[in-house]
Design a protein. Sequence first.
Length: 410
Amino acid sequence: MNSPDAPPPQDDRYQVVALRYRPQSFGSLVGQGHIATALSNAINQNRVGHAYLFTGARGVGKTSSARIFAKCLNCEKGPTTEPCNDCDTCQSISVGEDVDVLEIDGASNRGIDEIRQLRSNVAVRPSRSRFKIYIIDEVHMLTQQAFNALLKTLEEPPGHVKFIFCTTDPQKIPITVLSRCQRFDFSPVETDKIALRLKEISDTEGVSASTEALQLLARRANGSMRDSQSLLEQLFSFCGDEITVQEVHQLLGTTDIGRVGEIAAAIVNKDTNGTLALIHANLSSGVNAGQLAGQLLGYFRDMMAVRVGCNEDTLINCAGPDIPVLEQHGQQLGLETILSTVQVFDNAIVRMQTSLHSRTLLEVAAVRACGLEHVDSISALVKALSAAGNLSAASQVGEKKAQKKKSQPK
Ligand SMILES: [Zn+2]
């Protein structure tokens, strides 16, 4: 029997990392424990529904879970919560080629005709397994008419049919369809769990990778296991058998957090000239302007978190040892100015997406950030002024009232 996590032997068809290391059982599904438990319980208690909706961001394991669930139900040694991954059925479901588990891409089969065809096939019994299982990916792409046609099947499904719908966008699914599904929300995978999985994969591939490098990759994947594995794969071909932080930065077009801190320090000290020189040095060494803007935004975001008293766990871009500097700079700038700085970089990043002049936009943002006045002291001043204004206005009203009283005839 194949171990569920071991990569299949290499053949002449090279398979990408994300596919090769796709989880084959609930046990190896990372970061979705609550879903694995609920689906396993349903199988153990013989309470499997006829329609499921898996929602969540891309690359968090929706389609993998759908396949695992299908194997649980149709494995020749099942129904079971631990499919054998060895029988013909399990193996053909794993590669998406089973006769009774039909995977449909909702984006390219979105019309009424495709769903009508599905409806006429639904009545036909499965050819060799217990259930006929339809996995519809990106189901939100179906047209309204297609949904209506699907609804008729969902209302009275034959006992041998199961539906598993996957979507990144559940809001686009009609409520009538939603209400006939058991819904499972997949969470973004935590950074530490992604990093751990990347470590297992690099070990299996015989590549040594530093913890810091993998953490950096995992953070960049932003909760998507698949994205993290695609990045890792690029690094495999980029680095050979050793992966360092520097190489990850090179691949991502980013710079290390120390150099981001240097630019931030220059901004805090309103050293416009120094800020531009540091940006120039970074861009000359291959850093991408858009990435650097994002890193600066992230750095000031962490400064904001520290400024309002958050602890190390809430830092996204910096780490524990950076806290004293963040504290000092945060105090120097004041909260309002930090917020304005974040806004300045965010605006620049948005504009960079439609501009050919990323570098200039980054520089303009940096100069603007250097020029931000100490907003906290300005707002204190404005408050003081308006308080004084109210005072004088109030005293004027008082005087007028007094005058009116005087002029009123007795
Ligand atoms: Zn099996």
